[in-house]
Design a protein. Sequence first.
Length: 165
Amino acid sequence: MLKEEFNEIANSIINTEIFQQLKYEVHHGTTRYDHSMRVAWTAFCWAKKLGLDYKSATRAALFHDLFRKKDCKGLTKKEINRVHPLLAVKNAQEHFGINEIEKDAIINHMYPLTPNKPTSKEGRLLGYADKFVAINEGIKYNNPLAHASQKLSRTYSMLAIVNSN
């Protein structure tokens, strides 16, 4: 039943040309399509369990990396980490239309690498889901980013603990 509900949210997005193009973008040793699907499923399950806006969390997760490498030509990896949320928001708005929760989540999902932390619980959840999936992908695909992701995840977790007090 959960999978059907997830598919009801995701199908109108994942069957579009722009989203299908993510199948050809390498990301964390896999494709950006597969990464986004894993993040979306994780965000969907967590948001349902926590009683959050699971539709917005799922949509934001699908959109969080909605950009192509050619959009970042000439940028360093560090610069891509900072600008890709803005590219993803632009693409999501242009192709699908997004609400404020989705916009906040997408723009701020790279916090603390980007300056602003998410203002919504769904935004914070997306940041955690993205890092959780990236770490697992790094381990699974023996990606050197796994070590950096693990360090970032520990930092992010410590920030969350400090900010919750």
